[in-house]
Design a protein around this ligand. Structure first.
Ligand SMILES: [Zn+2]
Length: 377
């Protein structure tokens, strides 16, 4: 009888170990698949415009595939996210190593943080930079001397990392355009316009004792087939006001609008103001925000999301929806695609722990029962 029990125990243990291996393998591949899952839904066809918010946690990393197949990267994600973005560029978008445009909306590390690594791998035809000075001395020698320094602590333009990034930009020896003076890009059936900031606005906003880099976020539109993508960086209320002054009053009339929400869905610094949202009236909105944003800053803010929904928009966030893709096809229809965002690691860890405890119970069950009954005696 004892022999039989041991044999059963061995078989149960083998089953549990086997199940653990299966769960472990599934876990590995599930996590590895997480980033590319939207590719299953989104396919690169000819002639469409697509805007991709890569799920980089806290930060922005956007890609625009233009109808003529030119490519624009808008912000890079924060330091440490390059593995995620690179995988998306190469495996989902299948981009080559020479891209057309890189835009850094403003000098905060959650927007330029992976710029140096990105430039080590990819070449760009033109790089759009904030109109501010960095601590890189090559910057002083190479620029026209008209730029002003902007504070922002260790994450801002005065940081070593921004200085290093600017060094990498100069090493590229590519065309550099400052965002206070960027002409529209007129493509085949599409137009990209840089509305803010202009030079007077930049000087006004970085002259104070504690200037805020968010204030000078580039606000852009991409028009195609009577649809408009509005891109905002981490725009503040001042920036939104400047945008509304710069854009012609009837610009959005009769057009469907799709918004990349400002500042990770923030309610501070008067971001995502009701006046701005009523001005553009988006149909769909995408927020790039991560778990850390949620935990540390309460982002995306419920108040901001409510204001966006109040003007009739459907709101997605990378935090809940994973990678987000907005697409306008050549016949003018809009579609969105959402990536896998469910964090399954907890469930897999739970299963492995349960199986591990089962093995323990199989071998020590009798001892445990004795101990328990001893306790209640
Ligand atoms: Zn940001």
């Amino acid at each position: 009888m004892k022999k039989q029990t041991t044999k059963t125990k061995i078989w149960l243990t083998v089953f549990c170990v086997f199940a653990m291996v299966i769960v472990g393998v599934c876990w590995h591949f599930k996590v590895a698949e997480k980033i590319v899952s939207s590719a299953e839904a989104w396919k690169l066809d000819s002639g469409e415009l697509s805007l991709h918010a890569i799920n980089v946690g806290s930060g922005d990393a956007l890609v625009v595939i233009l109808p003529d197949r030119k490519t624009m990267l808008i912000d890079t994600g924060d330091n440490g996210e390059y593995k995620t973005t690179k995988k998306y560029y190469s495996e989902v978008l299948k981009l080559g190593k020479t891209l057309d445009y890189l835009v850094i909306t403003h000098p905060h590390s959650d927007h330029f943080g992976e710029g140096t690594e990105l430039l080590a791998d990819y070449d760009f035809g033109e790089i759009f930079l904030p109109f501010v000075d960095s601590i890189n001395s090559a910057d002083d020698e190479a620029n026209n001397g008209g730029k002003l320094p902007v504070a922002g602590g260790t994450a801002g333009a005065n940081s070593k990392s921004y200085g290093a990034f600017i060094g990498a930009v100069y090493a590229e020896q590519t065309k550099i355009t400052y965002l206070d003076d960027a002409a529209p890009i007129l493509g085949d059936g599409y137009t990209i316009t840089f509305w803010t900031p202009n030079v007077e606005y930049v000087r006004d906003h970085i002259d104070g004792s504690n200037p805020n880099p968010n204030d000078i976020s580039a606000m852009m539109t991409i028009e195609y087939k009577n649809k408009v993508f509005v891109l905002t960086g981490d725009a503040t209320g001042d920036d939104e006001a400047a945008f509304m002054s710069a854009v012609p009053e009837n610009f959005f009339n009769g057009k469907d609008v799709y918004l990349k929400v400002a500042h990770h869905g923030s309610n501070t610094e008067k971001s995502n103001g009701a006046a701005f949202l009523n001005f553009i009236k988006p149909k769909y909105a995408m927020i790039s925000a991560g778990k850390k944003d949620k935990k540390d800053y309460g982002l995306p803010s419920e108040a901001a999301v409510s204001r966006i929904e109040a003007v009739g928009a459907v709101v997605f966030a990378t935090l809940n929806n994973g990678n987000i893709v907005f697409e306008v096809s050549p016949n003018g229809t809009f579609a969105y695609y959402l990536g896998e965002a469910v964090d399954v690691s907890g469930a897999y860890i739970g299963l492995i722990v349960v199986l591990g405890l089962s093995i323990l119970y199989i071998w020590l069950g009798k001892t445990a029962r004795i101990t328990r009954s001893a306790l209640f005696r």
